[in-house]
Structures are given as structure tokens and as C-alpha cells.
Ligand binder design. Structure first.
Ligand code: SF4
Ligand code: SF4
Length: 462
């Protein structure tokens, strides 16, 4: 790295490798459950079919997204917008309530790193063994352990890349393509790219991603206030820290409850010391809470020297976690989520646009009827075929003809020529006409189309 400062000091500071110690406890259990559920969904969902389609498939060439039995079309862009709004609001809600809950338990970087760390522990042992192995000279045993770890990491990363592509190309078709060596260039690129990104981020960069690359770490403090739950060391209770025997009288010895065992630092995946106060590097994984509670058990001190608490609770002994902004975020989320679900389950699986022929205003037929020509763009968004028909209002003085029967396969889009005829006596100039297009087998699937019919204007001398 180049020396750029006048004093010859390097502007680059090499980060020491973090060897997080294995921890057990209630939050560690929660994190393992989160990893199993989230990664389980990721790896299993593409293999499950719902309603005849892959449960989650983003079919970009066909411009259709299949999600848990729903089919989303380009016209359903509103749902993507609502999803983004829900994600943003959820981030505000959870951050205001409990800080970086997302980072510690649900962020992809956290869950994949957790698996890579598990693999590292299986192959190289826990923190002390890993540190010893890294310091030891290369030997047969070291090569075996390191290569087993690399093999498992690469296999897992490749499977992750494969699954990622399986959300865009039907996963069974993708498997066949791989087995028959007929994988396309884009599929190959994304499989390798995503696999490589997983390997690099979860295997090597780990906490560096959270510390230097993730924008959320930088702006999350804007969503915090004094009543946000944060993981914090109780300085008043813990200081002065120091070693002691189990039954030492703390008052006599002039000590707080922190025995300065540094286990909270050793378990930290970002390598920080929570006793130095709230730091942006803390991803709120709660590993330090678990390990410190175990130390407190051994010393027969109460739990919670490190705990979820608020700045107000620590400084002023007052906690107001459930405050107005939390209820406002929760109410907004509830309204948006329930509104979106209602709209998705009640939407009509039919789209139809009646477009006027621009070449002629109207045509006069030998029998005296006036004819207007249109193109009907019709989309059957349902997953079963339908035959459609036009229904005119009882008082409409009009006839409708179509160039072919309006029978559409499931998810078919087609254009049909439509002719609307009216007698000259129906009026002059522009006439508004309201039509209903509906499925013959399922009258609840219908759409009202409002169009204009042009009739001749007759001037003066009749
Ligand atoms: S684990 Fe608890 S007792 Fe040990 S150093 Fe950390 S805060 Fe102190
Ligand atoms: S300080 Fe504690 S909660 Fe924060 S990242 Fe480290 S171990 Fe996790």
C-alpha cells in the first residue's frame, strides 16, 4: 500500500482477523432458528410448486413473476411499489423499536456468514484452535483442515449461486441444463457471480461488509432515539471492572460486576468491545449478552450486565419503548399490508383495452348501419382458460362482432378485431358506449369498458 502522508505513515490500516468464539444461549438459539428458516426458504422454495408453477419464479423473458400461487404481470407494478414501501416502513418500525434487529438476525450477510463460520468451526475447531492453526507452519494436518474448509465453502457457495439462478430459470430446467452441459451464458455468469459473491462476503469479508460497505450501518442512527432498544453494557453496574474470586465482597474490594474476562469481546463477530459504549460496528447479534449472562451465572450475579435496554433506561431509569412513533409505524404497516393482501386476493384476472382503428372514423354499411372498428387487447391473467363474451346494456342500440372467438388459454395475451355497429338513428357525432367483457364460465370475472362510437353528423338540409 502506498505511503501518502507527509510523515510517511500509511493511510491503510490492516484489520486483524476476527475469530468469533462459539456461544450458546437464548439469542444464539434464536439466530440459529432464523438461519434455518431463512436459508431453508431460500434453498427449498424453488423446488416447491404451487398451482402448477414454481412457488417463486421471476420469469423475466415472459415478464411474469410467480409468487406463492399469485402471478404478477407488468401491469401489477403497483404491488412492487407497495412491497418497497412495506420494506422501508418495516425497517423504520423495527429499527425504532429494537435497533439493528435486522442486522443481527435476518440480514443475508449475517445468515450466510453464520453458515460459513459453522463450517469453519467443524473443520478447524473453535476460536483458540483456529488461532493456533493460523500461527502454525504448514503441515499435512493444516493443509487437510484448510482444504476441507475451502471445499465445503466453495460447494455451499456454488449451491447458493445455483439456487439464485433457480429463481429466474425454472430450477428443474436449470438442473437439466447443467447436467447436459447446455447452460446459457447469462445463467453461467450469474451462477458464478452470485456463488463468488457469497464465498467472498461470507467467507472472507464478513464483518468488513457491515463496517465499511453497508449503508444501513451509517444511516440507522437517524432512526434511533433515546427510547430505542439497544444492546448495551451497564457501566454503572459493571465498573470498576477487574478479576476477583467468586465470593469476593464487591463493596470491600471496590469492584463492579464485570470480571474483565473479555469473553464478550471474544464472541463478537465484529471484534468490538461493547464496554466502550454504543458503536456503529455493533450488529446487535446479542452474542455478548449470551456469554456475559453465562459469566454472571458462574459468579452468581444477576443477568443483564450486558442487555437490551434504552439510553433513557440507563441514564434516567425510565423506559418508554412503546412510544407514539412505534404505534404510527405499526398502524401504517398494518393498513398497507392488509390493503395489499385484500387487493391481491380480490383482483380480477382479466385485462382488456379497446383501441380504436385510427385509419377510419366509421364506415357506412349497405344496410345503413354505421360501423366502427377497434382492436381488443385482452389478457387472461388467470391460470385456467376462459371464453369471454361482450354484454351490452339493455338500452344500447348496438351490435358487436369479433374477428374470432374470444377463447384464451391460461395466461394468454392476444389481440382481436372488434366491430361495433349502430343505426344512423342512434345519434350524431361521438356516442359513449359502456360494454361489459366477461368470462362465460365465471361471470364474476368481468371488466367494464367505456368507449366512443363515431356516427355521421348531418348538417342543415335533410
Ligand atoms: S463478558 Fe461480562 S463480565 Fe466478561 S468482560 Fe464482558 S462484560 Fe465483563
Ligand atoms: S457488541 Fe455484542 S451485539 Fe454487538 S456485534 Fe458484538 S457481540 Fe454482537
Amino acid at each position: 500500500m502506498a505511503d501518502t502522508s507527509a510523515a510517511g505513515e500509511s493511510l491503510y490500516c490492516k484489520e486483524p482477523k476476527v475469530y468469533p468464539r462459539h456461544v450458546t444461549g437464548r439469542f444464539a438459539r434464536l439466530r440459529v432458528i432464523a438461519v434455518w428458516v431463512l436459508l431453508g426458504l431460500y434453498y427449498v422454495l424453488p423446488w416447491i410448486n404451487v398451482g402448477g408453477n414454481q412457488s417463486v419464479l421471476f420469469d423475466l423473458p415472459a415478464r411474469k413473476f410467480y409468487i406463492l400461487g399469485f402471478t404478477f404481470w407488468p401491469q401489477d407494478f403497483i404491488y412492487l411499489a407497495l412491497l418497497m414501501v412495506t420494506a422501508g416502513l418495516s425497517l423504520f418500525f423495527f429499527t425504532a423499536l429494537a435497533g439493528r434487529l435486522w442486522c443481527g438476525f435476518a440480514c443475508p450477510q449475517t445468515v450466510w456468514t453464520e453458515v460459513f463460520v459453522m463450517i469453519e468451526r467443524w473443520t478447524e475447531g473453535d476460536r483458540p484452535k483456529q488461532m493456533k492453526l493460523d500461527e502454525a507452519p504448514w503441515s499435512r494436518g493444516k493443509i487437510l483442515k484448510k482444504s476441507s474448509k475451502q471445499f465445503l465453502w466453495i460447494t455451499f457457495a456454488a449451491w447458493t449461486g445455483f439456487t439464485f439462478v433457480g429463481f429466474f430459470t425454472p430450477v428443474r430446467e436449470l438442473t437439466d441444463n447443467i447436467l447436459n452441459l447446455t447452460l446459457g451464458p447469462w445463467e453461467t455468469f450469474w451462477l458464478v457471480f452470485y456463488g463468488f459473491a457469497t464465498y467472498g462476503n461470507a467467507g472472507f469479508l464478513r464483518e468488513q461488509v457491515c463496517k465499511y460497505m453497508c449503508p444501513y450501518a451509517r444511516f440507522q442512527s437517524a432512526m434511533f432515539d433515546q427510547d430505542t432498544l439497544i444492546i448495551s453494557y451497564d457501566e454503572e453496574r459493571g465498573e470498576p471492572r477487574g478479576g476477583r474470586r467468586k465470593n469476593t465482597d464487591l463493596e470491600e474490594a471496590g469492584l463492579g460486576e464485570c470480571i474483565n474476562c473479555t469473553l464478550c469481546v471474544q464472541v463478537c463477530p465484529t471484534g468490538i468491545d461493547i464496554r466502550n459504549g454504543l458503536q456503529y460496528e455493533c450488529i446487535a447479534c446479542a452474542a455478548c449478552i449470551d456469554v456475559c449472562d453465562q459469566v454472571m451465572d458462574k459468579m452468581e450475579y444477576p443477568h443483564g450486565l450486558i442487555r437490551f435496554t434504552t439510553e433513557n433506561a440507563l441514564k434516567h431509569k425510565q423506559a418508554h419503548v412503546l412510544r407514539p412513533r412505534i404505534f404510527v409505524y405499526a398502524a401504517l404497516l398494518l393498513v398497507i399490508i392488509s390493503g395489499t393482501l385484500w387487493s391481491m386476493t380480490h383482483r380480477t384476472p382479466l385485462r382488456a383495452d379497446l383501441i380504436r382503428d385510427r385509419n377510419a372514423l366509421y364506415r357506412e354499411l349497405p344496410d345503413g348501419m354505421i360501423e366502427n372498428v377497434y382492436t381488443l387487447k385482452i389478457t387472461n391473467m388467470d391460470d385456467v382458460p376462459h371464453q369471454y363474451e361482450f354484454v351490452l346494456p339493455d338500452d344500447a342500440d348496438a351490435q358487436i362482432d369479433t374477428s374470432k372467438p374470444m377463447a384464451l388459454h391460461a395466461e394468454e395475451v392476444t389481440g382481436i378485431s372488434v366491430r361495433i355497429r349502430m343505426p344512423r338513428s342512434a345519434g350524431q357525432g361521438v356516442q359513449n358506449l359502456k360494454l361489459e367483457l366477461r368470462a362465460e364460465d365465471e361471470p364474476s370475472i368481468s371488466k367494464i369498458i367505456e368507449t366512443k362510437v363515431m356516427l355521421p353528423i348531418e348538417f342543415g338540409n335533410k
